[in-house]
Design a protein around this ligand. Structure first.
Ligand code: FES
Ligand SMILES: [Fe+2]
Length: 345
């Protein structure tokens, strides 16, 4: 994979919903080609370590964890949640060993509004912040979570997700929109931290899913590096938020994590109906991107057009600029300029 197409390092990536990591539990993940074991210590703090025992390479997630120590299942070496090795059962009386030489690398970890994020890189100080969702408190958690693994490299997954023109062809469904309802749209965009925002506007008249929320509805859509999309819908005095965070698993696989938050209690009652739709929607994207791989395998030159593909172009420019700013040790300068984009969908 060429360097430009590789996933950005020095960034926070979505790992799992908080509730999937219980005290004393371990969860294994692969993020940017690295095996990661996530856990939660006895005090409730989440942590992430490289999921490889430094002794003989056993995944630590295959061992046990009592809330204080992880024990490798092969020879019983024990590690603290910060990665320090604290016991090697095979050492005989009087044998000296420098435990500091076998620490497990630790990844910075943060929990924000019910999700665990892991930092892949060395210096979280200057990285894009993990977004905070407006209208939801610090202890909010997603009411609905779906994760789908895509056979797509990170750039194809991000571009496919933000693409405004595929809806009527890929997401055809009575509850979403009909193909014949295609019409012209004009949406104003402005730069926002590490990305861009489709300014607040009334949703398209052909989006039936929004109609469910009533007539007094508007929405704002934010994209932020490395691969986060947030749609904040206001419906009267209630808020609904879709948080989509893509995590590169390896060079050819990406995981789309989709969280929905809402404040309207009656949406809770609709949850059993909502889930299959969210799943279907994500699977339509997954299947179209899997098919796209057949063509992309030949590395064709792509033809990104103006307006409908401008968000994709912005993404590539943002990513390039993020890398450059890090290389040159300077501030990131957002390359996006305010602009109204017009397309038919
Ligand atoms: S491989 Fe982990 S203790 Fe030996
Ligand atoms: Fe889609």
């Amino acid at each position: 994979m060429d360097e430009a197409a590789a996933p950005l390092r020095e960034a926070w990536y979505y790992a799992v919903p908080s509730r999937q990591v219980r005290p004393g539990g371990l969860v294994a993940r692969v993020m940017l080609g690295a095996p990661v074991v996530l856990g939660r210590d006895a005090a409730g703090a989440a942590f992430a370590l490289r999921d490889i025992c430094p002794h003989r390479g056993m995944p630590l997630s295959a061992g046990s964890f009592d809330g204080r120590q992880l024990e490798c299942c092969y020879h019983g070496w024990r590690f603290a949640p910060d990665g320090r090795c604290i016991a090697i059962p095979s050492l005989a009386e009087g044998q000296k060993f420098d435990f500091a030489t076998v620490a497990v690398p630790r990844y910075p970890t943060r929990e924000v509004q019910g999700n665990i994020w892991v930092y892949l890189g060395d210096n979280p100080q200057r990285a894009p912040e993990i977004p905070l969702l407006d209208g939801f408190g610090a202890d909010a958690a997603p009411k609905l979570f779906e994760s789908v693994s895509f056979k797509a490299a990170i750039d194809d997954a991000v571009v496919g997700l933000m693409d405004p023109a595929h809806g009527p062809f890929v997401h055809r469904a009575w509850w979403w929109r009909a193909r014949r309802s295609i019409h012209e749209k004009a949406k104003p965009f402005v730069p926002s931290p590490w990305g861009f925002t489709m300014s607040r506007h009334a949703p398209s008249s052909n989006s039936r899913a929004y109609k469910l929320l009533g007539s007094d509805t508007d929405t704002e859509i934010v994209f932020r590096l490395p691969s986060v999309r947030i749609e904040q819908i206001r419906a009267g005095r209630h808020a609904v938020c879709n948080l989509t965070a893509i995590t590169p698993i390896d060079e050819s696989t990406s995981e789309i994590n989709h969280c929905i938050y809402w404040t309207a209690p009656w949406l809770g009652a609709l949850k059993p109906l909502l889930r299959p739709y969210v799943r279907k929607f994500l699977r339509q994207d997954r299947d179209i991107m899997a098919r796209q791989q057949q063509g992309l395998a030949y590395r064709p030159t792509l033809a990104l057009i103006d307006d409908a593909d401008t968000q994709a172009r912005w993404y590539y420019r943002l990513k390039r600029e993020y890398r450059r700013a890090l290389d040159e040790n300077r501030e990131f300068v957002n390359p996006v300029e305010p602009r109204t984009l017009r397309w038919r969908s």
